[in-house]
Design a protein around this ligand. Structure first.
Ligand code: CA
Ligand code: CA
Ligand code: CA
Length: 308
């Protein structure tokens, strides 16, 4: 197995040509396996995951593509390496990004933030690879956003992202875009612990199982369900569906290990639960609590006026 960690922000030349380094997104199953599957069969045509957008990234000389997840009307969560192209852990000087939400529009990023513990992609670990993006203009009113949740080994997760797709039997086939949102699922196989030694799990991993293993312990979820991410999916969502049908964000997709979108490869990302304090402190979410405090202040003010 190729043990090199593959950074999954897609690389695009300024000419708009996709480089051979490959942008990819949610992979389909085997081309000839059953149930039949295609990259277009993985498209989110119903807008179920409308809070997951594509990210157009530039460091001033090179353009990249990634994915990102809206947490509120002003804040978006993505992979840290999408804002840190020189892998020093800090958002790059000269960095710019635009969040593209099909059906809603494009939204510029005012500022990017990475966790204090992030030291760059695979520099030396894949831990802490998150970035919060503060949008210059709020998203439209009426959008729904996922809640933040924790995940366990054995949980089914749904992976959502933009970019190229292809077949698990031989790899990538389609072009990147800022419009094609795909999804698929996998099962969390293992965790990696905090590189700072807290003992908490920070990284989740899963394997891309071939359709012949469907129904076996630890096997495929089905040819038209099982997936892995690829370049361009970095920063996309790993979601868990709650009993009421709503989605909670449990992780951000950030890396693969293997031969590039093929059965037997390993994928993974960063869990969001260990970073909840950093997310809430940076963003001020949950906003409803702020609204409640404001309402309470207003009520006290009104009552005081009435008692005069
Ligand atoms: Ca940097
Ligand atoms: Ca850490
Ligand atoms: Ca699997």
């Amino acid at each position: 197995m190729n043990l090199r960690w593959l950074c999954l922000c897609g690389f695009v030349l300024l000419t708009g040509q996709v480089s051979s380094a490959a942008i990819a997104t949610i992979l389909a199953g085997g081309e000839t396996a059953l149930p039949a599957d295609t990259p277009s069969g993985r498209l989110d045509t119903a807008g179920e995951f409308s809070f997951v957008g594509a990210l157009a990234i530039s460091n001033g000389s090179v353009n990249y593509r990634g994915s990102a997840v809206a947490l509120s009307s002003e804040w978006v969560l993505t992979a840290g390496h999408n804002a840190d192209l020189n892998d020093d852990g800090l958002p790059d000087a000269g960095w710019s990004g635009t969040f593209h939400l099909p059906g809603y529009g494009s939204f510029g990023v005012a500022r990017a933030y990475t966790p204090p513990s992030f030291t760059g992609f695979a520099n030396p670990s894949v831990n802490d690879d998150l970035a919060l993006l503060h949008l210059a203009v709020p998203l439209p009113v009426g959008m729904s956003f996922p809640t933040l949740g924790a995940a366990g080994i054995g949980d089914v997760i749904t992976l959502v992202g933009f970019g190229r797709s292809g077949y698990g039997s031989y790899g990538y086939t389609t072009s990147a875009s800022l419009t094609d949102r795909r999804f698929g699922s996998n099962v969390i196989d293992s965790f990696r612990l905090d590189d700072e030694g807290s003992g908490r799990a920070e990284v989740f991993l899963y394997d891309f199982d071939a359709p012949a293993t469907t129904g076996q312990p630890g096997g495929s979820l089905g040819n038209d369900v099982e997936t892995i991410i690829g370049p361009g999916d970095s920063g996309g969502a790993a979601l868990r569906q709650k009993a009421d049908g709503s989605w909670e964000l449990v992780g951000i997709n950030t890396f693969t290990e293997g031969y590039g979108g093929r059965f037997g490869d390993t994928g993974g990302g960063v869990l969001v639960d260990p970073y909840k304090d950093w997310i809430l402190q940076t963003t001020g979410i949950p906003e409803p609590a702020c609204v409640e405090m404001l309402m309470l202040t207003l009520l006290v003010f009104i009552l005081r006026r009435h008692h005069r």
